[in-house]
Design a binder for this molecule. Structure first.
Ligand code: NIG
Ligand code: FE
Length: 419
């Protein structure tokens, strides 16, 4: 993890899963607080964990079986990354080069590249290879402080390969310490054999894939890339409404490259999260605000694609839209897994203040994933997904751009990564 921050002190701890554990010598603990509905900073408090859950937070608590000295450093909840596409074979560096030489993401897609390049490889790949690749990506997420990660299928684009992708997520999830929340995304792009009959692919998704995905029982959410050149409003509506009938909750890719009403559809369908929003218009923002739809901004993608126009965070915030941030980690448009780096980008390009950025990467995404009763904040009764940093306070997170300076990651109270 590189050199530690000068203010960091070595963490001393012993751990045994069945016993209680106390975090002490915490400089500041920053977390959402459900009672005040605000982000709150507590100084010199201690946290007691038992059986993976937080059982007490306060000053001078009694002894526990094990003790972690946090070195007077910052403590925060683990990150919840609510938008990733980690089930792919290889990254698409050749497209990165094409973009540098002037082609846009859409132009590369229109020439048959983009998502479909990843589809070809994924269909040919064995489950075993995919499992090993996804597992190592999950190791990286955890080492960067992400303790819960939403994972989309969507590079298979046929029934067998979509079910295979979800199975890969499930198998890794069962073995890995990180919590993976599976999303079906058959509506990511139109496969090559359906280019001339796109509605037939939508029918395949609705009549075959979704019923089989529901029967498989792994996916919790259903996502669609609602964008000109991908799924239009009517097709997106049909896919999401069918998913809901089968118990899959909706999420959407909206207004990423053009505004053609995707956010309005997101509001109408009351989706759990409307993501990207780089091109959202005023009406779309008003509609999201009216329907209390969470907007998830993905500045890593804007950055990685070398685009200039970031999502209008301050306007969305002023209108009262609750905002999350996520990595959008995928094989082509964003090769970023680090939520601390996404926080840096959010601060610089979205003009998000750091306290809002922590909120947007912990409690808000856990709400959009419908797990905020147990994850996303350090509060009594919640799961002990906790980061002990090697920095004294929050302002060092976006500034520490070289390395995240996380000394310790606790997942369900268990140390799973130490710097
Ligand atoms: O969120 N926008 C659609 N999906 C991804 C891109 C996936 C890819 O290019 O492979 C995204 O940016
Ligand atoms: Fe995406």
């Amino acid at each position: 993890m590189g050199s530690k921050h000068p203010n960091a002190r070595k963490i001393v701890f012993s751990y045994s899963p069945m016993c209680s554990l106390k975090l002490g010598n915490i400089g500041s603990l920053v977390s959402f607080n459900s009672e005040s509905s605000k982000m709150v900073t507590k100084r010199q408090v201690e946290v007691v964990i038992e059986n993976g859950n937080i059982i007490d937070i306060g000053e001078k608590l009694g002894d526990a079986d094990s003790f972690i000295d946090c070195g007077n450093n910052l403590v925060t909840p683990g990150f919840v990354d609510s938008h990733t596409h980690p089930v792919f074979v290889d990254t698409r560096e050749e497209e990165f080069e094409m973009r540098i030489s002037g082609l846009s993401y859409q132009e590369i897609h229109d020439r048959g590249g983009g998502i479909l390049n990843s589809t070809k490889l994924l269909r040919e790949s064995s489950e075993k290879i995919l499992i090993s690749k996804v597992k190592s990506r999950m190791d990286t997420f955890l080492s960067l402080g992400t303790t819960t990660v939403e994972c989309k299928s969507g590079y298979g684009l046929d029934t067998v390969s979509e079910l295979k992708s979800l199975m890969v997520i499930d198998k890794v999830n069962k073995k890995h310490e990180i919590d993976m929340i599976p999303t079906f995304m058959g509506g990511h792009d139109f496969p090559i054999d359906f280019q001339n009959d796109k509605d037939a692919y939508v029918d395949l998704i609705c009549n075959t894939m979704i019923p089989k995905v529901a029967k498989q029982g792994i996916a919790k959410f259903n996502d669609v890339f609602c964008e000109p050149g991908y799924f239009n409003i009517e097709q997106s509506k049909k896919i999401l409404e069918t998913g809901e009938k089968y118990g899959l909750h909706s999420r959407m890719h909206c207004d990423e490259f053009s505004c053609f009403g995707a956010s309005k559809l997101a509001a109408k369908l009351k989706v759990n999260s409307a993501d990207h929003l780089m091109e959202i218009d005023k009406e779309g923002m008003d509609r999201l605000a009216q329907e209390n739809i969470i907007g998830t901004l993905l500045p890593g993608t804007t950055f990685f694609l070398g685009m200039k126009k970031y999502a209008p965070y301050l306007e969305l915030k002023n209108k009262g839209v609750e905002i999350g941030i996520a990595s959008d980690y995928n094989s082509g448009s964003c090769n970023i897994q680090s939520m601390p780096f996404i926080i840096t980008l959010s601060c610089i390009y979205l003009k998000m203040n750091i306290l809002d950025a922590l909120k947007a990467s912990t409690i808000i995404p856990s709400k959009s994933l419908r797990i905020d009763d147990s994850v996303g904040s350090i509060e009594k009764g919640k799961i002990a997904d906790i980061l002990v940093w090697g920095i004294p306070d929050l302002k060092h997170i976006p500034f520490s751009i070289n390395q995240p300076n996380i000394n310790l990651v606790l997942k369900k109270g268990k140390p799973v990564f130490t710097a």
